[in-house]
Design a binder for this molecule. Sequence first.
Ligand code: RP5
Length: 177
Amino acid sequence: MSDEGPKLVPAGEAAPEEPRLVAAPQEGEPMSETAAEIEELEVDAPRVGILMGSKSDLPAMEKAELELTERGISSETRVMSAHREPDIVADYARNAKLRGLRVIIAGAGLSAALPGVVAAHTELPVIGVPLTSRTSVAGGLDALLSIAQMPPGVPVACVGVDNARNAAVLAARILSA
Ligand code: RP5
């Protein structure tokens, strides 16, 4: 609204139209690019991304999905390896926030780079789940140290070995904080 007060309009002339403060297009008007993008966003987009480095991690990681489902928290589950598919992991992490995800849970075994690589490409909180696998050493201590020993400035929260359920509980607490 102008602070100059109402404008005088000479008799017989139509009053100038006030600018409309309406973001949405009127019927028949073309939709702006931004409005179209917003409309395309899924209303029930997943809040938590559950990632794992291999299909062999699924028996341990599905406990995270189960826990989130029981709590009514939407999630999506993806298999992608930081070592075997580094570009896919980077793309996923870079787009995660824009897609509406709020927390990422990432489980991996052995050298377990997945949680750290995801954290390098997103500012979302990342919870790492160290996993045992056929060739683990020291009962999964290899993965535990790989996930927990991140350099300063790139944090990854780390739950216990094979404890994907705790990762989901922590994700729920982050979402409700
Ligand atoms: C890691 O290597 C995976 O997270 C998995 O725990 C481990 C073994 O993977 P596979 O050889 O079973 O595919 O990257």
